[in-house]
Ligand binder design. Sequence first.
Ligand SMILES: *[C@@H]1O[C@H](CO)[C@@H](O)[C@H](O)[C@H]1NC(C)=O
Ligand SMILES: *[C@@H]1O[C@H](CO)[C@@H](O)[C@H](O)[C@H]1NC(C)=O
Ligand SMILES: *[C@@H]1O[C@H](CO)[C@@H](O)[C@H](O)[C@H]1NC(C)=O
Length: 470
Amino acid sequence: MRELGLILLSVLLIFATLEVVASHGDQPLSTIAAQKAIFALHHQAYIKVSPTLLGLKGQNTDWVTVEFSSPNPSVEDWIGVFSPSNFSASSCPAPADNPWVEPPLLCSAPIKYQYANYRTPKYKETGKGSLKLQLINQRSDFSFALFSGGLSNPKVIAVSNKVAFSNPKAPVYPRLAQGKVWNEMTVTWTSGYGIGEAVPFVEWGPNGGQPIRSPAGTLTFDRNSMCGEPARTVGWRDPGFIHTSFLKELWPNTLYTYKLGHILSNGTYVWSQEYKFRASPYPGQNSLQRVVIFRDMGKAEADGSNEYNDFQHGSLNTTKQLIRDLNNIDIAFLIGDICYANGYLSQWDQFTAQVEPIASTVPFMIASGNHERDWPGSGSFYGNKDSGGECGVLAETMFYIPTENRAKFWYSTDYGMFRFCVADTEHDWREGTEQYQFIEHCLASVDRQKQPWLIFLAHSVGLFFCNLLR
Ligand SMILES: *[C@@H]1O[C@H](CO)[C@@H](O)[C@H](O)[C@H]1NC(C)=O
Ligand SMILES: *[C@@H]1O[C@H](CO)[C@@H](O)[C@H](O)[C@H]1NC(C)=O
Ligand SMILES: *[C@@H]1O[C@H](CO)[C@@H](O)[C@H](O)[C@H]1NC(C)=O
């Protein structure tokens, strides 16, 4: 007898608390008034960064030392990291709604920032300081600027040399997700190689067995896909290319290895490191299956930068704990409010880097939340500005989800004795809607004898209560 039969009756509704948070207060980069910045270079101020070439051992995370000095030091002085390194006004488009207005001097927010006195408390007296900052491979080079005037009236007083990873276009940050059928795993990753430049693929096979190659599809998007500020303006950053490959007809429970590859037009191969995953169990298979479900993760920087109200430091603790427990996790669900990029696109790369050890090893399934999707007039159920103008495009492109249309962020997936029905609280799910039909079908079509664990997942309870009270 299967003791799990006892759980036949339970449909689990997993919701975390409904929490109302101010939309822009969540993103540290939104505290910087980038569009008000001016250049006030001072010949006695300097900022220099070493080493200049990063990732020499093939790694996609590296540390730099920043040394700087100002003749008029203040506790408000800060260091901004820019990528691409050429951050001056010449690349700013004039505002589309008013072409007569001069474009701002600084049209992109830094990808991270830190106060000048963070590691050097005496900076205010001596005017000299240094910092260690962590950089990840984000497809472009970097430069650093020393600012006075605080975050609200930024004045660039010195600009550093440039630094870059040895291959900025390298394939990075693989994330696994269940495919549309139980025996298919999808691998999604980011690179700087467009389809005209190189052919993306995954080389994979059973651990120790003969590898094969599977092709990958490539997606990207431009600034016009963003719905508003800051994603369209200072938060915009080229997303590079996002590739997904479909590894099919997997054998249940089998350990596979894989690596990401690109064939350049001159025949040269560019490879990632090698990764491993275990294929999904057969639906209904009676075996140990361990599932982690959480939401509102956020991201933070290991070097202490971008810190604001201690808001998301805990996301590093969560990440570390999950990595420590990885041998006891078979599949993970992060059900909305994924990284709180809120329209600052650089943060998505940093998030995929942060969760890489988890997402490259077990299926990392996401759901959509207000901070991914909501934007007035964009089709989201709620008309708030919580996505910072992303209106779902980032979440729908950076991660694969097994749905016909990723803009309709609801899906089901089978994992052994589990059936997951993942709903999209940012779209209407009331009776009569397309999503309602999906939920009804997902719940009704499961064979409860084989899959006693029927799990309903959704990001927030707001709409759920609307439904109950209707
Ligand atoms: C800055 O660099 C990017 C890519 O490195 C390039 O596309 C862009 O044209 C450059 N902008 C300026 C103003 O040089
Ligand atoms: C192929 O092109 C890449 C990128 O342009 C270059 O680094 C590499 O040296 C080239 N290889 C050969 C064999 O020409
Ligand atoms: C999170 O990690 C930091 C640094 O390791 C530690 O100081 C802090 O106590 C941790 N927080 C929690 C809630 O465990």
